[in-house]
Design a protein around this ligand. Structure first.
Ligand code: ISL
Ligand code: CA
Length: 554
């Protein structure tokens, strides 16, 4: 098998808590995933990525790991895992694990030891600093609200946590930490897993001196921590010691990274990672009031979206490799955010989004439920939320700082909260949507009677079969995998069109992002070969609401 299989693959992301419960405790689990492999095979995906399933106090749904080599009880046992892995392989698919090593849980043994004193074997495993004038060492604020520093009386010091206090950052400067990480990676690779999605991996090398963010009382250090001074060294070392010894794929989650950074870390001869998750197209409408950060309900402008995605297509071409995604467990549902989730246009616009993304250069990722057009939860009350980022932000911005009122913040949450993606998978219209026979850990989206897998499988015009076709088209057409990218009319604020070119063949992709009938001529005619269309017939230059189609020209 060539080491390039990651370029030919389509990945399906599973959020295990919310995928399928097999033992009726209301929480999704490994045996549940196993029971749905033939469904995933039918869809046609090549690789599955599981969000963290390790032992964890679940302060951040598994992104706070207490033991990297144990399966979280509610998900099953190590035997269940081995059996799942072997079934994934016998279905001809591969399995990626989530590697969360920027931080551990505060319940991890390393941290429990580290916090005891300054002179124990683990004392230097985390980032400890003395108070400055009796205060936090700098003005950094956490991704999940509050300071990034928490004081520990035993050591009379603060430890750094870019995320929640329960997620202390590991000290990558310490070679022993790195060796422990490499060893746990080998543990999973030796079991036969096929690679890793690496959580916030561009944050592991902290800037020298941990400088204050200038000009503010406090601020999130994301931008100054990303792409740190030793990141290349660490990734090269990890590649040399671990990755290069296995035929696997890797994708690094890199908030705030630019195409230039991505080429540095995933470039063809960088010997580091295969690709990154960039954030540009999912960070397009930050609140104009900077203090509110990502919390907003402003619709994304199509011209901005095109600018973001086209930039990555153009700059990585021939130099790196893109990952293509509309949504994941941290982002709202794609059809609600970039399409139209009204009954009238939900299906057609979900197919339009799929077309736009899946015909680009890169490895596409489908997030569970996207393939049936699942929508945002549209919650209206704080009590309905689970996610610590959302809940903390609400308390900080509404109750403490009072910079936004309650109803506005609830609108922001309903637009952008991570919980929109975390409602249980909708398998059928029966009790609890076929996810579980008991009340799920997190409320189902109320629309499961209308939107579910059973219905999608019974209806040949469903989003499911359209995604199945998109995946097959990629498998069958080199131009979709490897063609170069040519942008068309970047200033058109209604249509997203582009061309791909490969060995004398051209692929033209056209997506109408509006609910209007409009007309565009890119040279398509009755003689062009129509590859796919989300309407039954082709009206050539006339584009109906959310119509998407692609032509081949030889
Ligand atoms: O989207 C975000 C920016 O506000 C954050 O929700 C998110 O935390 C960030 O994208 C990093 O995400 C990853 O690391 C987090 C974890 O909570 C996310 O689920 C994970 O994908 C900390 O491990
Ligand atoms: Ca269960």
């Amino acid at each position: 098998m060539s080491k390039q299989w990651f370029k030919d693959s389509v990945v399906y992301q599973i959020y295990p808590r919310s995928f399928q419960d097999s033992n009726n405790d209301g929480i999704g689990d490994l045996n549940g995933i196993k029971s749905r492999l033939s469904y995933l095979k039918k869809l046609g995906v090549d690789v599955l990525w599981l969000n963290p399933i390790y032992r964890s106090p679940d302060k951040d749904n598994g992104y706070d790991i207490a033991d990297y080599e144990t399966i979280q009880d509610v998900y099953g046992t190590m035997d269940d895992f081995d059996s799942l892995l072997s079934d994934v392989h016998s279905h001809g698919m591969k399995l990626l694990m989530d590697l969360v090593v920027n931080h551990t849980s505060d319940q991890h043994e390393w941290f429990q030891e580290s916090k005891k004193s300054k002179d124990n074997p683990f004392s230097d495993f985390y980032i400890w600093r003395d108070p400055v004038d009796g205060h936090e060492p700098n003005n950094w604020s956490s991704f999940f609200s509050g300071s990034t520093w928490t004081y520990v009386p035993e050591r009379k010091q603060y430890y750094l946590h870019l995320f929640a206090p329960a997620q202390p950052d590991l000290n990558w400067e310490n070679p022993e930490v790195r060796q422990h990480v490499y060893s746990l990676m080998k543990f999973w690779l030796d079991k036969g897993v096929d690679g890793f999605r690496m959580d916030v991996i561009n944050l592991i090398s902290k800037p020298n001196g941990l400088p204050n963010i200038p000009g503010v009382k406090s601020g999130n250090p994301g931008k100054i921590v990303a792409d740190g001074p030793k990141l290349n060294d660490y990734l090269k070392e990890m590649n040399k010691e671990v990755l290069s010894h296995y035929d696997i794929m890797t994708v690094g989650e890199m908030p705030d990274s630019s195409p230039k950074d991505a080429i540095k870390y995933t470039g063809l001869d960088s010997n580091e990672l295969n690709m990154v998750f960039q954030f540009q197209h999912v960070s397009l409408s930050p609140n104009p009031d900077q203090r509110l950060g990502k919390w907003n309900n402003v619709p994304v402008k199509l011209t901005e979206l095109k600018k973001a995605l086209n930039r990555w297509q153009k700059e990585l071409d021939g130099k790196g490799w893109n990952s293509l995604y509309w949504n994941n467990h941290d982002q709202p549902r794609a059809v609600s955010r970039f399409g139209n989730d009204d009954d009238e246009y939900r299906i057609i616009s979900a197919k339009m989004l799929g077309t736009t993304l899946h015909l680009m250069q890169g490895t596409p990722y489908i997030y569970e439920g996207e393939e049936i057009g699942m929508t945002n939860a549209h919650y209206t009350d704080l009590d309905q939320y689970e996610d610590l980022e959302s809940i903390n932000a609400y308390h900080e911005l509404v109750d403490q700082e009072k910079i936004v009122d309650k109803s506005t913040m609830l609108k922001y949450l309903s637009n952008i909260s991570r919980d929109n993606a975390r409602t249980p998978m909708q398998w059928n219209d029966k009790n609890n949507a076929g996810f579980s026979s008991v009340k799920p850990w997190f409320a189902l989206n109320h629309n499961y009677r209308l939107i579910n897998v059973e219905d999608s499988l019974a209806n040949k015009d469903s989003v499911f079969y359209y995604y199945q076709k998109l995946i097959k088209l990629r498998h069958d057409n080199k131009i979709i995998k490897y063609g170069t990218f040519e942008e068309i009319d970047p200033d058109d604020d209604q249509v997203y069109a582009y061309r791909r070119h490969y060995e004398g063949v051209t692929l033209l992709v056209i997506s109408n992002f509006t609910d209007k009938i409009i007309s565009r001529d890119y040279g398509q005619s009755n003689d062009s070969t129509l590859l796919i269309d989300n309407y039954d017939d082709d009206k050539i230059t006339e584009l109906r609401p959310y119509e998407a189609k692609a032509y081949l020209f030889k």
